[in-house]
Design a protein around this ligand. Structure first.
Ligand SMILES: [Zn+2]
Length: 251
């Protein structure tokens, strides 16, 4: 499963049904009536200006979202800015009608939904860093990328790659190169993650899309290393072929 970028866009007409960060089974539902959405004082004062335009309006919103999975019911707090955008709708004759519509821009979700689904057996510290990255994505692509990079450092620890040499730490690039010796396929992917997270290599700065690419790549590596689905099914396949029929569970 790669990042569904429609769920992690910058702005929304209505808040989407994000996946629940706690159970991973349910989706977060917003009670529209419970959404606080108010215009700021400076924005109200600006209406007096001769050149005032609806696009000048600034509002803030806050809401509690509820997981709809019956056994979970966790709550996620979301808050952010609301801006007004000018749009046109067209009738049958192609006549345009000017409209001013609201756009919600989340700035924080707590706890934050994860854009990917790491296998259950992934190392806890790796998952923790990815959760941190998921929270930061709403505030700073750079900050989020830094946490994805931290997840890769934890993964290298978990894989037994040299962490420090006498008197110095070992840079991530060098660690991935060492990892390449035992796992070239996953090392190649992690090297790309490292380049993506290196903001100095981006002329226009790091974008959210870069971070989502990095999330997709880390998820692929975690699936390659820790997902047991294929092994479990293949074990059953072999047992059934040996038995030439269904395998009864041992009592
Ligand atoms: Zn839930």
């Amino acid at each position: 499963m790669t990042v569904d970028r429609t769920l992690f866009a910058t702005t929304f007409t209505t808040l989407p049904d994000w996946p629940c960060p706690t159970c991973g089974k349910g989706h977060l539902k917003a009670d529209k009536d419970a959404l606080l959405n108010q215009e700021t004082g400076p924005s109200k004062a600006a209406h007096e200006h001769d050149a005032w335009d609806p696009e000048w309006i600034e509002r803030r919103f806050a809401a509690l979202l509820t997981c709809n999975f019956a056994n979970c019911g966790d709550l996620v707090a979301v808050l952010g800015d609301v801006s007004i955008v000018e749009e046109y709708s067209y009738d049958y004759d192609g006549e345009p009608t000017q409209e001013f519509n609201e756009r919600l821009k989340p700035r924080s979700l707590s706890p934050a939904p994860l854009p990917i689904r790491p296998p259950e057996d992934s190392p806890e510290l790796v998952k923790e860093a990815l959760r941190e990255a998921a929270g930061l994505i709403w505030q700073s692509a750079e900050g989020a990328a830094n946490q994805v990079r931290q997840a890769v450092e934890h993964l290298m620890d978990e894989q037994g790659v040299t962490k420090s040499a006498p008197g110095a730490f070992v840079p991530l690039h060098k660690r991935i190169k060492e990892f390449e010796g035992k796992d070239p396929k996953n090392a190649e992917i992690l090297l790309a993650v490292k380049w993506l997270g290196n903001s100095g290599s981006h002329a226009g700065g790091l974008t959210r899309d870069d971070v989502f690419d990095a999330f997709d790549m880390v998820e692929l590596v975690l699936v390659n290393l820790y997902d047991t689905t294929t092994a479990t099914i293949m074990a059953k396949v072999k047992a059934i072929n040996t038995q030439k029929g269904p395998v009864k569970p041992t009592p």
